[in-house]
Design a protein. Structure first.
Length: 247
């Protein structure tokens, strides 16, 4: 029986005191019996946690009580056992490394496309204004190999820091099209969409990423599974583990 709640969440929001916040969140997560990873940087927070549902949702509720994190949204899935071995809270330069400090989603977020809207666009092959829709996978190549949207562009990235160069090389081919960038939970495609728009591309991000799409729409226009960074290995479009975690 799937009794362990798993959540993923991120939010670009200014954090002036990442080291101090690290200690606070680590102590609370350990007290609640949670495991997983929380990344903190001046640009925001990124977290993957698992544990008892009441404790985990209480942790998130307390986090949202801080005005900096009031708009944090989570994506939930379940497993039969704890998929993480320990609880880590790390302070980083970026919560998702791109090495482009001018890209600051906390200051100016790129437009987002809801999963239901994207499904409608994919069924028509055009957006609501009649423009050709192109899906762009911003994940690393090994993640894409687990599954992807049908016909999506895959630039065979080995790390996200390669995205800007790949985007610059492909910008001319994307001219005149509506590009929807996507990733696992939304964090990479949010920075990607901002970068593309700065290069003159009509780009959007998939709101909630692949996991949000699975939750709202299911597996329409998707083939395979979605890789996740824990012992479940990947999730199906029904948000069930590809590989069951042993207790």
């Amino acid at each position: 029986m799937a009794s362990v709640l798993n959540i993923s969440a991120y939010l670009f929001t200014h954090i002036a005191d990442p080291p101090e916040l690290r200690s606070t969140l680590r102590d609370r997560a350990l007290a609640d019996g949670l495991k997983g990873t929380i990344l903190l940087a001046e640009e925001g927070i990124n977290l993957f946690l698992a544990g008892d549902a009441v404790a985990l949702r209480g942790f998130v509720a307390d986090l949202r009580a801080d005005p900096r994190f009031a708009s944090l949204t989570t994506k939930e899935s379940w497993s039969a056992a704890q998929p993480f071995g320990r609880m880590l809270v790390k302070v980083k330069r970026e919560i998702i490394r791109m090495d482009h400090p001018t890209i600051r989603p906390e200051a100016d977020r790129a437009p987002a496309v809801a999963p239901e809207t994207l499904r409608r666009w994919l069924e028509r092959g055009r957006d609501d204004e009649g423009r050709e829709v192109v899906l762009l996978d911003t994940r690393n190549a090994f993640e894409v190999d687990y599954g992807s949207f049908d016909g999506a562009l895959d630039w065979r990235l080995e790390r996200f820091t390669q995205f800007p160069d790949a985007a610059a090389a492909a910008a001319a081919d994307l001219d005149g099209k509506t590009v929807v960038s996507y990733c696992t939970g939304g964090i990479r495609c949010e920075k990607a969409a901002i970068y593309l728009r700065g290069a003159g591309v009509q780009a959007y991000q998939l709101d909630g990423g692949i996991l949000g799409y699975f939750e709202q729409v299911g597996g329409d226009h998707w083939s395979g599974d979605c890789f996740v960074f824990d012992e479940r290995e990947a999730l199906t479009p029904a948000l069930t583990p590809r590989r069951e975690v042993l207790a």
